[in-house]
Design a protein around this ligand. Structure first.
Ligand code: PEP
Ligand code: MG
Length: 889
C-alpha cells in the first residue's frame, strides 16, 4: 500500500537478486498529503536530495552533471494496478549542455539526441500539458520529409532538428522555455505524476473497478537504462503464460532499439518474444529463468516489462497478469495441478464473472458462407456483434445510457483517453498494436473481446468511415468480431452457446462442488430448463413457476376459459382440461430430475396477465360490431371481466396465495397434477421429491388455509391412485410481514424460500417494473451503491432475511431454507446468504456454474467464526447467535 505495486515489485526483485535498475520510491502517503493539503511534507525535499545522492554513488554518475550524466525515470504506481492510467516520464536529467556529454559517454550522438527529444515530448505533454498532437505532427512531418517510416530511421541531423522544434513547441504553448535545471525537471515531474492520480481517465478507471479514490499513487525514481542504445538493445513486455489462452509458455513482444513507451503505446508493431531466442539466445535464456522464478515466487502468472541495454537484461516491472476468462481458469487449474497453488486457492482465484464470460455466446461460424472482411491478432477471446463507432465519445453516445445498444469500438489504436468508450463498447478492434497493446490489456481486464493489429483496415476516424478491401462501413453499421481467431465480419452473425465443454472449467466446477456439497438449485419452468440444470449438476429445482406453462398457445384458451368462467362449475370444467397438460409437464420434469427435489410454485401472477389487453379487446369489439354480430356478446363479456379484474396496483393486488384462497379449485387442480405426475414417475421406479410452494404469503393463516386444501387434495389423489408419494409443503417469504412472522410460519411448513425479487420490491416500495426510471439517478447520485434488484441490499432486505432465518430456525430447528430470487445468482449476494446460513440458492440454469463457484468461494472464505462475524452487517450480527451456530455446524 505504501510503495505501490510497481515500487513494491521492484524492491522485491532487487531483494531476490534479479537485475533491476537502482532507484527509490516516494510512498503513496506523500501523494495523499498533496491531494488533501495541496503541499509536500517539509521533509520531502531533503529526503529526495539524499536519495539522489545515494543513486549517484550507486551509478557513479552525477544527476544534472556535465559529464556522464545520471538520467532517471519518474514512474507512477498505485497499490492496485491501473495500467496506463497515470503518467510516467523518462530521461529526466538531460539539458542542452549534458546531452553532448551523454553522446560522448555512449559513443552515439544519435542515441543522446533521441533520448533528449523523447524527454521533451513526454515532459511537454505530461508535465506541461502541451497537446500530444503538437509533437506528433512535427514528428510525422519530419518522417515524411525524410521519407522514413519509423523513428529509429531518423538520423542525427533530423533528431537535432526535432529537438529544436520540440523546444519551440513547448515555449509557444507555455510561454516559458523548457527548464534546463535538472532538479527542477525532477520536482515538476513528481508533481505531475501526483496530479495524474486525478486525471479524467484514472478517475473513470477507479469508478469502473470500484477502487479507493483516496489511496494515491507512489512515485518511483529510477536510474534509466537505455533500450534505444543500438541493435543489441531494446524493450519488451511479456507474460509467463499466454494471457489469452492460458497456455503455459512465455508469451510477449520485443521491440529492438526502442524505449518502453513505444511498445505499450501500440504505435510500433513489435516482434514476438520467441524471436529473441534466435537473435539473442543467451539473453532469452536468462529472461526465461528470471521470469519463471518470479512466477514461482508470486505464485501467479506475471506480466513483466524489461529493457536490454547493450546485451544486459534489466527487469522494470512485474505484476499479476490481467488475463482472459479462459486463461484465468486454465492457469488456476494447471497451477493447482503443478502444486503451485492448492485447489482452494485455485477456486478463490477465479472471479465469478469469468464463468459468465466463458459461458456467454460465441459467433456461430459453422457453415458460414461470408468471408471475414479483415483479420487481426486474437488479443482477447469471446465474440461480439455490434454497431461501429470510431471514437470513444461516439461509442458512449451510441451505446445509450444503460449500454442497451451493443457497440464495437474501432480505432487506429486506443490510449488511456479512450477508457470511457471502451467501457461502453462490447468489443474493440484496432488497426495497429500487438497482443500487449493498450486495447488488448484493457479488453482482457474488462472481459471483453478484442482484435488488435488488423492492419488491412483503413480507418478515417474523423469521417467515421472504415475501408476493408472492397467494403466501406460507416458509423452505426453492424459488424461481428471473433476474439478467439481475430476475424472481423460485416453484418450481424448468429451466436451460439459458450464454452461449457472447456475441460479446465469442468475441473474447476467439480472442485467447487466438492467444497459446497449440494446446494445450488435451478429456477426451471420446463423440461428443457430442467435438462440444462442437470447438465450443470444442479442439486434440484428450487423454483418451477407453473404459470409459465400456461402461456403456451395450446393452453392459453383453457386458462382464459378458467378465468372467464361465470361460475364454479364452468371454472372446474376449464381446470379439468388444464390438468392433464400440467401433469404431463411435471412428469417430464420429474423424469429429468430423477430423485432430486423439485419445488413447484403454485400460481402467482394476477389473472389479468393471462387475458388479452384492454385496448386489444376494445378494438376487436368495435370490429365485431361492424362485421361479426355473433361475436359481440362474447367480447362484451370478456371486456367486462378485464375491467373487473384490472387493478391500480397489480403487484400488490389479487395475486400469489390470495388467488388460491379465492379460487381454491385452482390450487386443487395444481396439487392434483403435481402428485399424480409424481406417482406415475415413482411407479416407473424413478425416485421423486415433489415440493409444493405457496407464494406471497403475509400471514400464517393463509398458509394454514392452503395447506388444508393441499392435504385434502393429496388424500383424494392417493385414494384414487391407490398409491402414495412423499411430498413437502413450503412457502415463499416475499413480504416484509412474512419475514417478521417467519417463526410462526415455519411451524406450519417443511421449507421456506426467500423470493428476494418481491421482498426487495415490497421492502423498498420500489416497483420491480418501473424502478428503472429513477434507479439510474439514484446510482449516479450514490443514494444507492448498487441496483437492489441485482445485488441484495444487505442493510435493509438482508437484515429482514437474517432475522427471518433466525426466527424460523428457532421455531423449527433444521428447517430447510433457500433463496430463489435473482439475487441467488449474484456472487456478492451469495456470500451474504451463505454467511447467514441459507441452505441453498436457486438460479436460472445459465447462472448455475457462477453460483457454484461463488458459493464454494464463500465456504472457503468463511471458515472461522471471527471472519463470519466480521461479515454479517451489524443489524443482523447483534442478535444473530443462532445463525452463527448454524453456519458453523
Ligand atoms: C421472487 O419474488 O423473488 C420470486 C422468485 O418470484 P417472482 O420473481 O416470480 O415474483
Ligand atoms: Mg415473487
Amino acid at each position: 500500500n505504501e510503495l505501490g505495486g510497481k515500487g513494491a515489485a521492484l524492491q522485491e526483485m532487487s531483494r531476490l537478486g534479479i537485475p533491476v535498475p537502482p532507484g527509490f520510491t516516494v510512498p503513496t502517503g506523500v501523494c495523499r498529503s498533496v491531494l488533501t493539503n495541496g503541499n509536500l511534507p517539509a521533509w520531502f525535499d531533503g529526503e529526495v536530495t539524499d536519495a539522489l545522492c545515494w543513486l549517484e554513488q550507486q551509478q557513479g554518475k552525477v544527476f544534472g552533471g556535465d559529464r556522464n550524466p545520471l538520467l532517471v525515470s519518474v514512474r507512477s504506481g498505485a497499490a492496485v494496478s491501473m495500467p496506463g492510467m497515470m503518467d510516467t516520464i523518462l530521461n529526466i536529467g538531460l539539458n542542452d549542455t549534458n546531452v553532448y556529454a551523454l553522446a560522448e559517454h555512449h559513443g552515439s550522438l544519435r542515441f543522446a539526441l533521441d533520448s533528449y527529444r523523447r524527454l521533451l515530448q513526454m515532459f511537454g505533454s505530461v508535465v506541461l500539458d502541451v497537446p500530444k498532437t503538437a509533437f506528433d505532427c512535427l514528428l510525422q512531418q519530419l518522417r515524411n520529409e525524410r521519407g522514413v517510416h519509423t523513428d529509429s530511421e531518423l538520423d542525427e541531423a533530423a533528431l537535432e532538428q526535432l529537438v529544436a522544434g520540440f523546444k519551440v513547441v513547448i515555449e509557444d504553448h507555455t510561454g516559458k522555455p523548457f527548464p534546463m535545471d535538472c532538479r527542477r525537471q525532477l520536482d515538476l515531474a513528481i508533481a505531475a505524476v501526483f496530479r495524474s492520480w486525478n486525471n479524467e481517465r484514472a478517475r473513470h478507471y477507479r469508478r469502473i473497478h470500484r477502487l479507493d479514490e483516496q489511496a494515491g499513487t507512489a512515485v518511483t525514481i529510477q536510474a534509466m537504462v537505455f533500450g534505444n542504445s543500438g541493435d543489441d538493445s531494446g524493450t519488451g513486455v511479456g507474460f509467463t503464460r499466454n494471457p489469452s489462452t492460458g497456455e503455459p509458455s512465455i508469451f510477449g513482444e520485443f521491440l529492438p532499439n526502442a524505449q518502453g513507451e513505444d511498445i505499450v503505446a501500440g504505435t510500433h508493431t513489435p516482434v514476438p518474444l520467441s524471436q529473441l531466442g534466435r537473435t539473442l539466445p543467451q539473453l532469452y535464456g536468462e529472461l526465461q529463468s528470471v521470469v519463471a522464478r518470479l512466477e514461482t515466487h508470486y505464485r501467479d502468472v506475471q506480466d513483466f516489462e524489461f529493457t536490454v541495454e547493450r546485451g544486459k537484461l534489466f527487469l522494470l516491472q512485474t505484476r499479476g497478469a490481467k488475463r482472459s476468462a479462459p486463461a484465468a481458469i486454465r492457469t488456476a487449474v494447471e497451477m493447482a495441478e503443478e502444486g503451485l497453488l492448492s485447489k482452494s486457492e485455485a477456486i478463490l482465484r477465479i472471479h465469478p464473472s469469468c464463468i459468465h464470460e466463458m459461458l456467454s455466446p460465441q459467433l456461430d461460424l459453422a457453415g458460414l458462407a461470408s468471408q471475414p472482411i479483415a483479420r487481426g491478432l486474437a488479443a482477447s477471446p469471446g465474440s461480439a456483434v455490434g454497431q461501429l463507432a470510431f471514437t470513444a465519445d461516439r461509442a458512449v453516445a451510441l451505446a445509450g445510457k444503460r449500454k442497451e445498444h451493443p457497440v464495437i469500438l474501432v480505432r487506429e489504436e486506443t490510449s488511456a483517453d479512450d477508457i470511457h468508450g471502451m467501457d461502453a463498447a462490447v468489443g474493440f478492434v484496432t488497426a495497429h498494436g500487438g497482443a500487449t497493446s493498450h486495447a488488448a490489456v484493457v479488453a482482457r481486464g474488462m472481459g471483453k473481446c478484442c482484435i488488435t493489429g488488423a492492419d488491412s483496415l483503413r480507418i478515417d476516424e474523423a469521417r467515421h468511415v472504415l475501408r476493408a478491401g472492397r467494403f466501406e462501413l460507416n458509423e452505426g453499421d453492424w459488424v461481428s468480431i471473433d476474439g478467439a481467431t481475430g476475424r472481423i465480419f460485416s453484418g450481424q452473425l448468429p451466436l451460439k452457446p459458450g464454452l461449457s465443454d472447456n475441460p479446465w472449467l469442468k475441473k474447476l466446477l467439480a472442485w467447487s462442488r466438492k467444497e459446497i456439497g449440494l446446494s445450488v438449485r435451478a429456477n426451471a419452468d420446463t423440461p428443457d430448463d430442467a435438462e440444462r440444470a442437470r447438465n450443470f449438476d444442479a442439486s434440484g429445482i428450487g423454483l418451477c413457476r407453473t404459470e409459465h406453462m400456461f402461456f403456451a398457445p395450446t393452453r392459453l384458451p383453457h386458462v382464459r376459459a378458467m378465468i372467464l368462467a361465470e361460475d364454479e362449475q364452468a371454472r372446474k370444467a376449464a381446470l379439468e382440461s388444464l390438468l392433464p397438460m400440467q401433469q404431463e409437464d411435471f412428469e417430464e420434469i420429474f423424469h429429468v430430475m430423477a430423485g432430486l427435489p423439485v419445488t413447484v410454485r403454485l400460481i402467482d401472477p394476477p389473472l389479468h396477465e393471462f387475458l388479452p389487453s384492454l385496448d386489444e379487446t376494445r378494438t376487436a369489439l368495435s370490429e365485431a360490431r361492424r362485421h361479426d354480430e355473433a361475436q359481440v356478446r362474447g367480447l362484451e363479456y370478456v371486456l367486462a371481466r378485464i375491467v373487473q379484474l384490472s387493478e391500480t396496483n397489480p403487484m400488490m393486488g389479487h395475486r400469489g396465495c390470495r388467488l388460491g384462497i379465492t379460487y381454491p379449485e385452482i390450487i386443487a387442480m395444481q396439487t392434483r397434477a403435481i402428485l399424480r405426475a409424481a406417482i406415475r414417475v415413482q411407479v416407473e421406479g424413478i425416485p421423486v421429491e415433489p415440493e409444493i410452494m405457496i407464494p406471497l404469503v403475509a400471514s400464517v393463516e393463509e398458509v394454514r388455509f392452503l395447506r388444508k386444501v393441499i392435504a385434502a387434495t393429496a388424500k383424494a389423489v392417493f385414494a384414487e391412485e391407490q398409491e402414495t408419494v412423499r411430498y413437502r409443503v413450503g412457502t415463499m417469504i416475499e413480504l416484509p410481514r412474512a419475514a417478521v412472522c417467519a417463526g410462526e410460519i415455519a411451524r406450519e411448513v417443511d421449507f421456506l424460500s426467500f423470493g428476494t425479487n418481491d421482498l426487495t420490491q415490497m421492502t423498498f416500495g420500489f416497483s420491480r417494473d418501473d424502478a428503472g426510471k429513477y434507479l439510474d439517478q439514484y446510482l449516479e447520485l450514490e443514494i444507492l451503491k448498487d441496483d437492489p434488484f441485482l445485488t441484495l441490499d444487505q442493510e435493509g432486505v438482508g437484515a429482514l432475511i437474517g432475522m427471518a432465518v433466525k426466527r424460523a430456525r428457532e421455531a423449527r430447528p433444521g428447517i430447510k431454507i433457500g433463496v430463489c430470487g435473482e439475487h441467488g445468482g449474484d456472487p456478492r449476494s451469495i456470500e451474504f446468504f451463505h454467511s447467514i446460513g441459507v441452505d441453498y440458492v436457486s438460479v436460472s440454469p445459465a447462472r448455475i456454474p457462477i453460483a457454484q463457484l461463488a458459493l464454494a468461494q464463500a465456504c472457503l472464505k468463511f471458515t472461522s467464526e471471527s471472519e463470519l462475524h466480521a461479515f454479517i452487517p451489524t443489524t443482523v450480527q447483534e442478535e444473530d447467535h443462532a445463525v452463527t451456530e448454524n453456519v458453523n455446524a
